[in-house]
Ligand binder design. Structure first.
Ligand code: NCD
Length: 305
């Protein structure tokens, strides 16, 4: 039985197969409409989410399966003090696969050790968010037709943004990737990513503060929200929250074929006037999130179509 804790749980070849499957699902949805009939997905969300939970549920429903779960830990037995290990042992009797989001780093991993069903990490604190990374990679591969030879600007809250941490981990396996890390001093990438991931693997990267200085060099711009819920005090958040605002003026400095991605939810970091720019693909990205989660469910449940 396989779980998904980190994007590195799949080899590059396995990811290629997963993305081919996701593209086939996109092209032939009817072929997959009954693939998971009789199967159940449990969504155990101990932290708020719109896209991730609903896209998992939509994915399972599109495959003909059913869903159950909770979206607020106060509505679950966690509020009575139940451990994730106990919860997952019980859920294993009710469902065939589960997606878990938890504010504590490593909680889905702890659950997977006691689970009788595949566990998917749907975001653990500031640590990882592998299914968002699968979504990001599928979006890039489908729209840019490659995952190598890219200069990628990651902009915003690089300290607490788990999507960025997972994406860096996943992309360093492809040749000729260059990262430009764009953040205020206080929200720089954690040193464990700089040292253990980037430097250790000789991945070229640059750290800058001003987006306007580098936007013309980028193939991709990955914008992120300042992660309010991970700040220790509100004042720091208020000071940081509008540090970057991608607007029409900045988009004029960007290459014509640069793509703008964002895991969403967006707050102020991308002005709504950018939404109609053909380079803005963040809503398409959300759609790819459903296809890739369908492909993931099929793969972990070993369902052949
Ligand atoms: C991201 C997350 O939860 O980390 N959202 C998502 O799953 N699409 C990004 C965020 O909350 O900023």
């Amino acid at each position: 039985m396989r779980h998904l804790m980190s994007p590195l749980d799949f080899t590059v070849e396995e990811l290629d197969r997963l993305f081919d499957l996701a593209n086939d699902i996109e092209a032939n949805p009817a072929k997959y409409a009954h693939a998971c009939e009789g199967k159940k997905l449990a969504t155990l969300f101990y932290e708020p989410s719109t896209r991730t939970r609903l896209s998992f549920e939509a994915a399972m429903l599109n495959l003909g399966g059913s869903v159950l779960g909770f979206s607020d830990q106060n509505c679950s037995s966690a509020a009575k003090g139940e451990s994730v290990s106990d919860t997952i042992r019980v859920i294993s009797c009710y469902a065939d696969i589960c997606a878990m989001r938890h504010p504590k780093e490593g909680a889905p991993m702890v659950a997977s050790l006691k689970s009788g069903i595949p566990v998917i990490n749907a975001g653990d604190g500031g640590h990882q968010h592998p299914t968002q990374t699968l979504t990001d990679l599928l979006t890039i591969r489908s729209l840019k037709h490659r995952l190598d030879h890219l200069t990628i600007g990651l902009c915003g809250d690089l300290k607490f943004g788990r999507t960025v941490h997972s994406l860096i981990n996943a992309l360093i396996r492809y040749p000729e990737i260059h990262f430009i890390l764009i953040s205020p001093e206080e929200l720089r990438i954690p040193s464990y990513i700089r040292e253990d991931v980037l430097k250790k693997n000789n991945v070229p990267y640059t750290e800058v503060e001003r987006l306007e200085d580098v936007i013309s060099d980028l193939n991709l711009l990955y914008m992120t929200r300042v992660q309010r819920e991970r700040f220790f005090n509100e004042e720091d958040y208020v000071r940081m929250k509008d540090f970057y605002i991608l607007d029409k003026e900045k988009m004029e400095l960007a290459p014509e074929d640069m793509l703008v991605l964002h895991p969403l939810p967006r707050v102020n970091e991308i002005s709504v006037e950018v939404d109609n720019d053909p380079r803005a693909v963040y809503f398409k990205q959300a759609q790819y999130g459903v296809y890739v989660r369908m492909a993931l469910i099929l793969t972990l449940l070993e369902v052949e179509v």
